[in-house]
Design a binder for this molecule. Structure first.
Ligand code: FAD
Length: 406
């Protein structure tokens, strides 16, 4: 059988299946998911869903009828356990499936804390809808919260938990928030915003142990002797690519993910990888890297689907990402670079501003807070590498695209 088989049915896998059909793939498409829920949007798990503002059926990526209508055989609760590359067959919970093209969209999982006690009642990570459901219930019964890791998921969770009236402390090993992904001015703005809402922070903090009493978490101990009481602990220390299957297949790995080219091709013919699990040479960073974002998973899926049907749409998208915390919508475009000149557009006090990172007169990365138009303009400026007049770019009364030179 000449089926295209997709392993993993989330942002990347579902887009790959949809794009294959759209691009004219006539043969069967089989989409295998380890999860039992219909494929869903992951970002709301730490935002609107966690806050109780959205229900599960509002999270579906596509209506359940979509798969049937498109002739996509969606197999839920059917994890793939092995692949025979010679015979082009894979083994999953439901049996053996033949493929002619294989797409690995196995994503990533939450990194675990290297301490004992992480599997204790009251200690959570947040990756799947069942994690979010469990956290939602735990929040309703909790009296004090510690968040381990001041990254995007930890901060989004902190903003929701504090709005639920819970005392929240965020522990961060670095001297400041998001040191690898945000300029200091924006990271400090977020810290101050959270602090004003009641969140406490401990920076440069080393965790010594999780304190457990009668099988449940009761606190977190730091190396400096501080003890924080907590009956709910969220561990948000990043993600790790789900490369187990790829390793067992002998695929080449790089930068913590499956090595792919701009078409999503792995080191083995007819096997593609995309989304969080894939690592590729990113032209904007001039380095091999994984990008954990919805946009990257969707764009890579489109490139891979085009290539499978004989087209040519190499990945060249400007990376972008967003986070929602309280009333703040923070949007990022491009990739942060050290040593860039920074331009502040607007006043952080006003609650709406943009930080532009410039290399010469070219924009390389932009960070907007409640300035969606600047974000969209930045994606164009970065993608087309347009020369920018610095003075105009700094003048918030001038639309950003008008700052283009000439
Ligand atoms: P994943 O979404 O990780 O999905 C992989 C799927 O493959 C999973 O369902 C997994 O169960 C399945 N799978 C794994 N192994 C197998 C197997 N052997 N057989 C079958 N199935 C398998 N990104 C943004 O851009 N903006 C945000 O605001 C944002 N917020 C986020 C908030 C949270 C709480 C989380 C967890 C992520 C967030 N992200 C955000 C990141 C974004 O969700 C991911 O980048 C995106 O989901 C990646 O999609 P993917 O398809 O590559 O992988």
């Amino acid at each position: 059988m000449k089926a295209a088989v997709v392993v993993g049915a989330s942002h990347g896998g579902v887009q790959a299946a949809a794009s294959l059909r759209q691009a004219g793939w006539q043969e069967p498409i089989i989409l295998l998911s380890a999860e039992t829920d219909y494929p869903y949007h992951r970002p709301p798990l730490s935002k609107a869903y966690l806050a109780g503002e959205k229900d599960k059926d509002q999270l579906f990526l596509r209506a359940p009828a979509f798969y049937r209508d498109q002739g996509i055989e969606l197999r839920l609760g059917d994890p793939v356990t092995g692949v025979d590359l010679q015979a082009k067959k894979l083994r999953s919970a439901s049996g053996v499936t033949d493929f002619s093209k294989l797409i690995l969209a196995t994503g990533s999982r939450a990194r675990s804390l290297p301490l004992t006690g992480t599997d204790t009642q009251g200690v959570f990570t947040l990756r799947s809808i069942s994690d979010a459901q469990a956290l939602r219930s735990a929040m309703a019964a909790a009296s004090s919260v510690v968040v381990i890791g001041g990254g995007f998921i930890g901060l989004e969770f902190a903003s929701t938990a504090v709005r639920h009236g819970l005392p929240v402390t965020v522990l961060e090993t670095q001297p400041r928030l998001l040191s690898r992904s945000l300029p200091a001015a924006l990271a400090d703005h977020l810290r101050d915003y959270h602090t004003a809402k009641g969140v406490k922070f401990s920076f440069a903090s080393q965790i010594e142990a999780l304190d457990v009493e009668q099988g449940a978490i009761c606190g977190v101990r730091l190396a400096d002797g501080t003890r924080l009481a907590a009956d709910l602990v969220l561990v948000g220390i990043g993600g790790q690519a789900e490369t187990g299957l790829a390793r067992s297949m002998g695929l080449e790995l790089t930068a913590g993910g499956i090595h792919v080219d701009a078409h999503g091709q792995t080191s083995v013919p007819d096997v593609y990888a995309l989304g969080d699990v894939a690592a590729f040479h990113n032209a904007y960073a001039n380095a091999a890297m994984r990008l954990e974002s919805v946009q990257n998973a969707v764009d890579q899926a489109k490139s891979a689907a085009a290539h499978i049907v004989g087209g040519n749409a190499p990945l060249n998208a400007v990376p972008w990402f967003w986070t929602d915390q309280y009333e703040l919508k923070v949007q990022m475009a491009g990739l942060a670079k050290v040593g860039c000149r920074e331009i502040m557009r607007g006043d952080p006090e006003s609650g709406s501003f943009t930080i532009l990172q410039m290399e010469g007169d070219r924009l390389v990365a932009s960070y907007t807070v409640n300035r969606a138009a600047d974000h969209m303009a930045s994606r164009k400026l970065i993608g087309e590498s347009l020369a920018v007049d610095m003075a105009q770019a700094a003048d918030v009364s001038v639309p950003l695209l008008r700052a283009v030179k000439g």
